[in-house]
Design a protein around this ligand. Sequence first.
Ligand code: SF4
Length: 270
Amino acid sequence: MSHKSYVEGLVFDIRRYSVHDGPGIRTTVFFKGCPLECAWCHNPEGIRPDMEIINRRHILNGKTYLYKEVVGNLKTSGEIFNIIEKDRIFYEESEGGATFSGGEPLMQPEFLRELIGMCRKAGIHTAVDTSGHASARDFTAVLNSDLLLYDIKSANPVKHKEWTGKGNELILKNLRSVAREGPFLIIRIPLVPGFNSEEAEITAIRDLLVPLKSRIIRIDILPFHNLGVRKYIDTGRKRSMKTDVTPTGDEIDMALQIFTDKGFEAKMGA
Ligand code: SF4
């Protein structure tokens, strides 16, 4: 079935056969543009809400080749849906579907709304990976999704602003409203040394999630890693993360334990 549709959006990647962005085998669509600028961001090429030219390098037989690449593609929702639909058989066999990620999908709410609608109509499961930072009006775009992968970074608004460029007030307000009337949630917590890996920080996040527990399927703890460093050089973006320290096994275990102690399902995610 081929679809024609005319809502256009800017995406910077489409990944088929993904297994880390929700249940089963999925196609993940990465929307370009994010209102936050997290110090640890692994996808800095997804932050600017427009096309950009970045420097890439390719090493072959010991020789380095430099080239330029345009990041960001304008696509209609119909074009994206046609790509998603190709793998329907894998979704059916694995209970997978489509995930809209980024950047921040809610920066393009009408594009997101239409894609979710098209997938629903076709019986394809949808998940949205969101920072939750959006106006109440734009945020309604996620309400028809089957699942939200909702990132919570810190319970402390001052610290949140220091490390991501924005406070957490809007994020927590949207979280509470979606937990009343929206899709089920998987909460994703990046575990970042120097920012939130201490016991008190994770406990504070847990305490604000306890009242919403009946709507939370699972907590995913995502340890910070350095694999995105090269992308900062490629995009010419200043990297504000001052260290490259990754969380220890003990810190990860402690974070998981803080949640399991209160009856949450918690696991380490990728
Ligand atoms: S919310 Fe996600 S995509 Fe946006 S800056 Fe933070 S880590 Fe990067």
